[in-house]
Design a protein. Structure first.
Length: 343
């Protein structure tokens, strides 16, 4: 019997579903650290790779499995989300760079998706394939397998977004079974030079109400959150000036008997030069900002209760208190609109 291995799983809902990929990875007795979160793209994977609380398990990992291409396809095809191909590619490259710097065995999964026109899937899948070659990562191309074997009708007959659980479970088991056959990358790709920092609500100014700090948890996730009510606001510390917000982690208060897909809360990020409104859902979510926002000394975050519902994606109910977990930002000279930060 071989020694127990440590496997990190990053992905979307296909990595979260019970009796699927994650359970397959664990069938041989290996320890699976599931950092996946449904409905999220590579910003969430990048976020988990950089969170201090994950540093030890990443250091001890024998294999890191990533499946995010399917979520990128959905974001690209969704008219409400309006995610640009440029931003999705940028996020994917940042994630691949961070994985490469860990010097661990990496396996990228390309899963098939048939709930949208394949003109949206092709550029995403082709870009991931090119990244796998550039960074020297192992990859399993189920999307191409489905295409070459004319399995589109089969995929659509059940769930065109989630491959059958039995297939994903077998795939996970096979990955774990042949973990020794995966190779370390010997590639030397050119990095963008991006630097990242996670800013939690505790570190923001005007966060004086300790009673607003709450532990949100369910059977899978546990997060310290800050309750941001209508009338409250949070501002950024001076060291954030010139940085760019690329993603936000939120978890709104759970309610009974409601459709979370129709329940949105408008978050307003504003300064004297610009303002942006993002709809957050009533679930644990890390979402990418399609138009990165440059922070200055007068930037603040608050609920956008006065924003008309027509400006939101799917909101149809009155907004509850929002729980702002953390703001994720990118600092560096690689982005032209970011001012260099002095040492």
């Amino acid at each position: 019997m071989r020694a127990q291995k440590s496997i990190i799983l990053l992905g979307g809902s296909n990595a979260v579903l019970k009796e699927g990929l994650a359970d397959g990875l664990a069938q041989l007795g290996d320890k699976v650290h599931n950092l996946a979160l449904g409905g999220t793209n590579n910003i969430q994977a990048l976020y988990e790779l950089l969170r201090p609380r994950n540093a030890q398990i990443l250091q001890n990992a024998d294999l890191i499995v990533l499946e995010k291409s399917l979520n990128d396809i959905g974001a690209f095809a969704n008219e409400l989300e309006c995610a640009s191909l440029e931003v999705l590619k940028r996020n994917a490259r940042w994630c691949f760079e961070t994985l490469h710097k860990l010097n661990k065995k990496v396996c990228i999964l390309l899963l098939p998706r048939y709930d949208c026109d394949q003109s949206y899937a092709k550029p995403i899948n082709d870009f991931y394939r090119a990244l796998c070659v550039e960074f020297g990562f192992n990859f399993i191309d189920m999307a191409r397998f489905y295409e070459e074997h004319n399995l589109e009708a089969y995929a659509k007959s059940a769930d065109s977004v989630h491959p059958p659980l039995v297939i994903m479970r077998i795939l996970g088991r096979k990955i774990a079974q042949y973990i020794e056959d995966f190779s370390l990358s010997s590639a030397t790709p050119k990095y963008t030079g991006a630097k990242f920092q996670i800013l939690t609500a505790r570190e923001m100014q005007d966060c004086a109400k300790e009673s607003n700090l709450k532990l949100m948890q369910n059977s899978r996730y546990s997060e310290e959150t800050y309750m941001l009510y209508i009338g409250d606001s949070l501002t950024f510390p001076p060291q954030c000036n010139g940085a760019k917000i690329i993603g936000i982690h939120t978890w709104s208060r759970g309610l009974k008997d409601f459709n979370f897909r129709l329940f949105g809360v408008p978050m307003l990020i504003e300064n004297k030069k610009a303002s942006m409104v993002y709809e957050t859902s009533a679930i644990n979510c890390v979402f990418s900002m399609k138009d990165s926002f440059c922070i200055d000394a007068q930037t603040f975050v608050r609920l956008g209760e006065e924003i008309p519902l027509s400006a939101l994606n799917n909101a149809s109910l009155l907004p509850p208190p929002l729980i702002a977990k953390s703001l994720f930002k990118s600092i560096g000279r690689h982005l032209s609109i970011i001012q260099p930060i002095s040492a």
